[in-house]
Design a binder for this molecule. Structure first.
Ligand code: GTP
Ligand code: MG
Length: 110
């Protein structure tokens, strides 16, 4: 579910080989929903993706997923929810995109 008043999205993808199809499918639904709700291209909306469980042996390399061709590399963070690796960086990036997006919104609606 995506809230109509969301300021941005931090999408946590399960990168395990057996779960990646599911993650890709969720992402597809989300793209469509962003267009419907916010009437803008989904990458104009603040969006950061966590490639989670990147520490696991069964984690798929991001480069081999179609997700890597959909989202700029700079908006993708390999994370591990167990030791927290990459999570703060991903959150900070998302917050900074939200802040920029709000400024643009404010300027355009002034
Ligand atoms: N090694 C590792 N384990 C993780 C990571 N994130 C979550 N887990 C573990 O994976 C298991 C499932 O967690 P999640 O995928 O977050 O939870 P979920 O989506 O409700 O459960 P699943 O349906 O199993 O995916 C739990 O035992 C977590 O502790 C990670 O980044 N690295
Ligand atoms: Mg899970």
């Amino acid at each position: 579910m995506l809230l109509s008043r969301a300021d941005g999205i931090l999408f946590i993808a399960d990168s395990q080989k057996e779960r990646i199809q599911e993650s890709e499918a969720y992402l597809g639904v989300l793209r469509k929903r962003i267009r419907e709700l916010f009437h803008q291209d989904w990458l104009e909306f603040p969006f950061v993706l966590q490639w989670n469980k990147a520490d696991r042996d069964n984690s798929m390399p991001i480069e081999t997923s179609k997700i890597s061709s959909l989202i700029p590399e700079s908006q993708i963070y390999k994370t591990c929810a167990i030791d927290g690796k990459g999570i703060l960086e991903a959150m900070n990036h998302c917050i900074s995109l939200i802040s920029k997006h709000k400024q643009i919104d404010w300027i355009c609606n002034k």
